[in-house]
Ligand binder design. Structure first.
Ligand code: SF4
Ligand code: SF4
Length: 287
């Protein structure tokens, strides 16, 4: 009876994802090649493919915003009733790496998460979900809120009321890798959360190129020995983390503005039922 209530089990999904891995990489590489890019375009267009980064690993300098990006995700998790933790990150498992840990998998949110087969993981409480987010932040991972057509197909769930939060690194994650030579469709698939901006302090920048070499979107150039951040920035915060001279600052609006911006983006592409906690994550997020 399990197959009626749930989508396919872990071994089927893993095999399907692993078989499709080279196809996804090829599609990303060809997304900037004439003719191919028009064939590939429908697979990456909104609202069927949208990813928003939240830099949960970044600690901001202001005392009142110590872990604000992380709190935004915690608040989202607290506002959705159904949460399912996937116990194994399919990307790190595919690449057979031990760090970041494979057991910090994605989290599915929304009623459709109930259809995910129990062999993938388990439904969790808000408290468990938040400690999962904190583990991911401590491991230096970036949260990507993903509404991507391939997920409901893989897990046999509905699309509109399902959202994934994936906890990604730069070397293994299928969202973040092979993006440097992307075509214009993929440029639009990654969205920066309104309310997050980045700035470079020219006096501190030594032009070492650490940030430009490692930006997954190739969005930073070195001009006259100074880093310049371009328009395609996804606000993931990785360059802030990597700059050895502390020259890049992540500027962030207040918690309410940021959270409302996130909710708007989610509502734009999905029907995820949100409880709508008003203000003060202190009241909804367990310690
Ligand atoms: S990593 Fe820092 S110092 Fe180096 S180029 Fe980038 S901003 Fe400048
Ligand atoms: S410029 Fe920095 S924050 Fe923007 S996408 Fe690149 S690494 Fe991420």
């Amino acid at each position: 009876m399990m197959f009626i209530h749930h989508g396919p089990g872990k071994s089927i999904v893993k095999t399907a994802v692993w078989l499709s891995w080279p196809i996804i990489i090829a599609a990303k590489r060809l997304s900037n090649v004439p003719v191919f890019k028009w064939l590939i375009h429908p697979f990456f267009m909104r609202p069927y493919n949208e990813v928003t980064s939240i830099p949960i690993n970044i600690t901001l300098p202001k005392p009142d915003s110590i872990a604000l990006p992380r709190r935004i995700i915690e608040r989202l998790v607290a506002d959705v009733d159904e949460k399912f933790i996937i116990e194994e990150c399919i990307c790190r498992s595919h690449n057979k790496v031990d760090f970041p840990p494979q057991n910090i998998g994605c989290m599915a949110l929304g009623p459709a998460a109930r259809r995910i087969h129990p062999s993938h993981g388990r439904m969790v409480s808000t408290k468990e979900a938040i400690s999962h987010v904190r583990r991911a932040a401590d491991a230096g991972l970036i949260a990507n809120i993903a509404h991507v057509w391939i997920d409901p197909i893989a897990f046999g769930t509905r699309f509109r009321d399902l959202m994934f939060i994936c906890f990604c690194d730069d070397k293994n994650c299928i969202y973040r890798t092979y993006m440097k030579n992307r075509g214009p469709t993929l440029d639009r698939a990654y969205r920066r959360l309104p309310g997050i901006t980045l700035s470079v302090e020219k006096e501190k920048c030594e032009g070492c190129g650490q940030c430009s070499d490692n930006c997954f979107l190739a969005n930073i150039i070195i001009d006259n020995g100074k880093a310049v951040i371009g328009e395609s920035c996804a606000g993931c915060g990785r360059c802030v983390d990597l700059c050895p001279h502390g020259a890049i600052t992540l500027l962030i609006e207040d918690e309410e503005t940021l959270y409302l911006a996130l909710i708007e983006q989610i509502k734009d592409v999905s029907e995820l039922p949100l409880r709508g906690s008003d203000n003060s994550s202190e009241s909804v997020i367990p310690d």
